[in-house]
Design a protein around this ligand. Sequence first.
Ligand code: UDP
Length: 324
Amino acid sequence: MLVTGGAGYIGSHACKALKQAGYTPVTFDNLITGWKDAVKFGPFERGDLLDRARVNEVFAKYKPTAVMHFAALSQVGESMQIPGKYWRNNVFGSLELIDAAVEFGVKNFVFSSTCATYGDQDNVVLDENSVQLPINSYGASKRAIEDILANYSESNGLNHVIFRYFNVAGGDPDGEVGEFHQPETHLVPLILDAIDGKRDALTIFGTDYETPDGTCIRDYVHVCDLVDAHVLGLKWLEDGKGDRVFNLGTGKGFSVREVMDAAAYVTNRVVPQIEGERRAGDCTKLVSGSVRAETELGWKPNRSNLETMIKDAWRWHQNGHFEK
Ligand code: UDP
């Protein structure tokens, strides 16, 4: 089982879940945003997806029967400033990986996609059939990879499950791995940084959105629930059930201010805050249910409530970090 991006936040939690499910996750990661310390549940191979010879070497060494592909650049803001970096890294890198998978006879491919592929669709309940109209380069790059997978399924028989996730938060309750980005750009860890003085304040990106409190609304999913879905997705492919797209959200949206209030409640501390400008590329609201994942995969998210996600993130925040 090859896991690209296994040294990153979601990938490292996926490796733990895969190991618990009886697989041997081989991490392939260039460590640009990932951490060697986070690779705890299987072998590690350092490499870049754009380096096809290195990718081939790893396929030849481990002969994986399936690939779980997390490796990607994922910052919406940066993707608007440097779009080429996102197209090159995410799309070209994935294409090399997908070509290698085909060359080495892999049949099953699980891909980490995003709700950012839907773009800003006001007053629409998003489901897997919603039109994909990304408004940032990150979402556009992920949509392109989805298109590649659809083509390769027809021409090369590479079966795929695509997960479009909403906002991922929380961490391993055992504290073996957790969310740690350098620099950090995600809301929950930034709020926790502000709470314990690691940064001066949390800047709220925009307070004039058309939402009840003026801040953006997102659907937050616990990383452990998210990776459980990936293991179910892998089994789905192993059972020969074929290509499928699943949204992973809870159907409940929380505004930036609501997440801050929940963090203040869980930690019993004040969140120092500044009201700032909108961030380019941000959608007003991204929320989806996961009816398909629940009914077809049997996915049961059980940690995806705001309080549990923040509690798990806070525990890690106080005790955990990685070194390269
Ligand atoms: N956000 C914010 N301040 C920050 C970081 C994020 O107000 O310092 C907001 C951001 O505008 C978005 C939400 O928090 O509405 C979640 O952003 P994040 O970067 O965590 O995830 P994204 O939605 O971009 O995947």
